[in-house]
Design a protein around this ligand. Sequence first.
Ligand code: HEC
Ligand code: HEC
Ligand code: HEC
Ligand code: HEC
Ligand code: HEC
Ligand code: HEC
Ligand code: HEC
Length: 274
Amino acid sequence: MKHRLKTIMHSSRLKDWAPFSFLIACAISTLLLLSSSSCSSTTRSVVVPPQVEGAHYVGNQKCEDCHAEITRQFPGSVHSRFFKEDESYHGVSGCESCHGAGSKHIQAGGGKNVFIHNPGKDPQPCLECHQEKHAEFSLPQHHPVLEGQMNCVDCHDPHGRDIFKQPGGLGLARQDQQCAQCHREQTRSFVFVHEGMQDGCTTCHQPHGSIHDKMLTQRDSNLCLRCHSQMQFDPSQVLVGKVDHSAFLSMGTCWTAGCHTAVHGSMVNPRLLY
Ligand code: HEC
Ligand code: HEC
Ligand code: HEC
Ligand code: HEC
Ligand code: HEC
Ligand code: HEC
Ligand code: HEC
């Protein structure tokens, strides 16, 4: 990483770097972590870029010979925004930033597990740059990515335009389809639909991890009240959905206390009760 940072710093003018501030910040924070690890007892692991022993960077064009489709798709990915067909960019942005240096893979004629990394099996290359995701997946409630039970690519498409698998227009519906693969109970069609679902699962859930139960964005009734709060004329009264909730709100959250337990939608009750 140190070496890579040096190469890119030398080879480009500073003003070119505005769009890459994130990348630089991540490279620098890695350096800081490296240099501070000797004198502090930080438990945060130092992220190692994908290494292929004895190989050097060759650039995206070389990959195109055998992986034409992926290479054609790649310019649509956010990860191509900071890529240039220039030697100094190969290791930090193109195919090889995620897959490792490719020369030995190519010499060997390619192949699965042949001198190449596949972050679909091990997300470490992603975490190299997205270090804060490591922290998110370490929160008390999280998707078991670091445990190896699932991967970033269950929700993100690394190559195409589709980094969230939700380009433009119908985007959020497609993002939820991604969740639907594994969570059928919450994504099936309901007789009484909760309109709060329309903006997608991330209205209420942190997709990576959260400190709250069920990976919720908020732990209490404020989760619901940000859409359901109503003007109060009498301060002793809390009106929600035209019903006085003053006595209910002290009984627990909206979805516990035996109330709106069918928060994703209900087959039997328009008020989302079971
Ligand atoms: C942002 C990181 C990233 C970049 C950049 C990237 N890839 Fe990938 N690549 C992945 C991940 C993750 C997988 C695993 C996909 C899966 O399992 O669905 C993968 C899988 C592959 C595979 C295996 C076949 C497949 O689709 O599963 C090939 C071949 C490949 N990438 C080639 C390339 C080429 C060529 C480029 C450059 C044009 C590139 N990759 C750029 C992350 C990346
Ligand atoms: C000479 C042809 C050739 C070239 C050039 C080539 N590959 Fe491959 N690669 C293959 C073959 C064949 C496979 C195995 C079949 C497949 O997965 O598509 C493969 C597989 C892969 C895989 C999947 C590995 C796995 O273990 O799942 C990745 C990732 C990959 N290549 C990346 C790259 C990258 C990045 C480049 C450019 C630096 C590149 N390849 C250049 C032929 C090539
Ligand atoms: C070499 C560093 C690097 C690697 C490796 C990398 N990323 Fe990224 N990624 C970035 C940068 C920088 C951006 C921001 C691009 C932009 O906004 O222009 C980004 C953007 C993203 C975004 C979209 C964020 C947004 O706000 O639009 C997602 C999702 C993402 N990366 C996932 C992944 C996954 C999954 C992997 C591994 C397969 C991965 N990244 C590997 C540097 C990297
Ligand atoms: C369970 C599905 C899921 C998994 C697994 C997942 N993501 Fe995400 N990720 C999302 C969703 C959904 C969003 C959009 C969040 C939003 O709209 O608030 C997102 C957003 C992002 C972003 C951009 C916004 C941000 O929060 O910074 C990055 C970068 C990212 N993910 C990287 C990763 C990486 C790296 C991995 C694997 C280590 C990963 N994600 C695994 C669903 C997932
Ligand atoms: C590849 C399968 C998969 C995908 C895709 C997926 N999840 Fe999950 N999800 C899991 C697994 C596995 C768990 C952990 C279950 C456990 O620990 O019992 C989980 C747990 C959860 C939990 C916490 C459940 C609990 O009981 O604490 C929520 C909420 C959740 N996922 C929401 C989402 C959302 C939102 C998306 C889409 C952005 C999504 N998931 C995409 C597999 C997936
Ligand atoms: C993103 C905004 C949003 C969030 C967050 C939200 N809702 Fe809703 N909810 C709606 C909309 C819009 C409707 C339909 C219009 C209405 O009845 O207010 C609705 C309807 C309902 C209804 C049916 C009301 C009736 O009288 O038919 C109940 C019950 C409900 N929501 C409960 C909840 C609960 C519980 C939560 C928190 C877990 C929640 N909502 C979070 C937007 C939201
Ligand atoms: C309006 C807020 C809201 C939205 C939107 C929402 N959820 Fe939830 N979700 C909750 C609440 C509150 C709970 C906890 C109550 C419960 O266990 O059912 C929960 C629980 C869950 C659980 C754990 C269920 C269990 O029994 O342990 C999963 C999985 C889940 N949600 C997935 C999803 C998915 C997938 C989406 C998008 C299709 C989604 N949620 C959208 C509020 C929401």
